[in-house]
Design a binder for this molecule. Structure first.
Ligand code: ADP
Ligand code: MG
Length: 349
């Protein structure tokens, strides 16, 4: 049925069970905590003496993704990764995912196979098991819901509420690029709508576009911190923008913060594209989203252990709550942080 590459197979031909079987047949179980995966009424897991962590996300076509520039394989990969990121944000290790989809007959089997190729790539890259899900039909758009499950020792888990006064605020990687990648893709989409023959040259935007279309979860940070003998005191992942995430940590911890404009880790390509779009790179980097880097606090005395690590940047420190939550600019003025981030309910500003 699938020999011809250009052949398009309608989903109706397979039926629900045929489809589930077809999509999941090549997934192998990798983790000892997965006792039973796909195929029964429920998966069976065993984390022994560890705590289990669960996080879920819902992605809706037209709201969270646009298939005109998001290839289905990337979408599958990203849908898994963003959920793994939430497990990483607890300083835990992701081990399993479930994937539920609602598809309309606008999609062919080949299209859904692409989606699952991305899901499989993520499962392999991050060594997590696909252990179940649900499959339903939808009237028009594509809906994907992923649930990620992870494990951690109780004493390792880092909460948003764990920050105390005078801790260092650390960010992994760099920020802002995923947002600017989206701006470039949106612009090219408009150009394409006007002139479909126009072949965009996106080479100079490759990093920021990759950050948008193929984000990675920082599963490496838990081990890095363990090796450095540093325990994160509070932690969150940057999905809605640095400013919003920092406000979550501060509010839930009952502290204030000062972060410094000149410490923000920005990629040179990101800075160039901000200039091209006439946008202020600081504003974009603190309010853009979808970088999936980790933001956390550590005790002041751990500074020497993390100093100079290329993965980690100290961007500021926590303060007493009464001092507020501020960005200190290069000119040394304080600007209060605002929660802007993504607002899927559409009442932004
Ligand atoms: P049920 O009728 O109990 O909901 P299903 O027929 O929907 O069972 O699912 C059969 C098995 O396939 C279950 O293990 C379920 O978790 C898994 N499954 C269903 N849909 C998907 C999917 N889209 N991706 C991965 N696993 C799935
Ligand atoms: Mg079902």
């Amino acid at each position: 049925m699938l020999e011809n590459k250009n052949q398009k197979t309608s989903l109706e031909k397979l039926g629900e069970f045929g489809l589930i079987n077809h999509l999941t047949q090549h997934f192998e179980v990798k983790n000892p905590s997965t006792l039973t995966g796909i195929g029964d009424d429920a998966a069976v897991l065993d984390f022994k003496n560890k705590k289990s962590l669960v996080s879920t996300d819902l992605l809706i076509e037209g709201v969270h993704f646009d298939l005109s520039y998001m290839p289905l394989k990337h979408l599958g990969y990203k849908a898994v990764v963003v959920n793994l990121s939430d497990i990483c944000a607890m300083n835990a290790t992701p081990t399993q995912v479930t994937v539920s989809i609602a598809v309309s007959n606008r999609f062919t089997l080949e299209a859904i196979e692409e989606l699952y190729a991305g899901i499989k790539l993520a499962c392999e890259r991050y060594q997590v098991d696909l252990i179940g899900g649900d499959t339903a039909s939808s009237q028009t758009g594509l809906v994907i819901s992923v649930t990620a499950i992870g494990e951690a020792n109780k004493s390792d888990i880092a909460y948003r509420s764990g920050a105390k006064d005078k801790q260092l605020i650390i960010l992994t990687g760099d920020i802002g690029s995923a947002y600017m990648g989206l701006q470039v893709l949106e612009r090219e989409k408009q150009v394409f709508l006007v002139n479909p023959n126009n072949q965009p040259d996106l080479d100079m935007y490759s990093y920021i576009i990759e950050r948008q279309l193929k984000p990675e979860a920082r599963t490496d940070i838990k081990k890095l911190l363990q090796d450095l003998d540093v325990k994160p005191q509070s932690m969150i992942d940057v999905s809605d923008g640095l400013s919003s995430e920092l406000i979550h940590i501060c509010t839930q911890s009952g502290v204030g913060c000062q972060i410094y404009e000149d410490k923000l880790p920005l990629d040179p390509e990101f800075i160039n594209v901000c200039e091209e779009f006439n946008l202020d790179s600081t504003t974009i980097s603190i309010n853009g989203g979808e970088d999936y880097e980790l933001l956390f606090t550590i005790k002041m005395e751990d500074f020497d252990k993390i100093k100079g690590n290329p993965n980690l940047t100290v961007i500021g420190h926590t303060t007493e709550q009464t001092a507020g939550m501020n960005l200190v600019t290069r000119e040394n003025t304080q600007i209060p942080l605002k929660a802007r981030g993504w607002n899927h309910l559409g009442n932004e500003e």
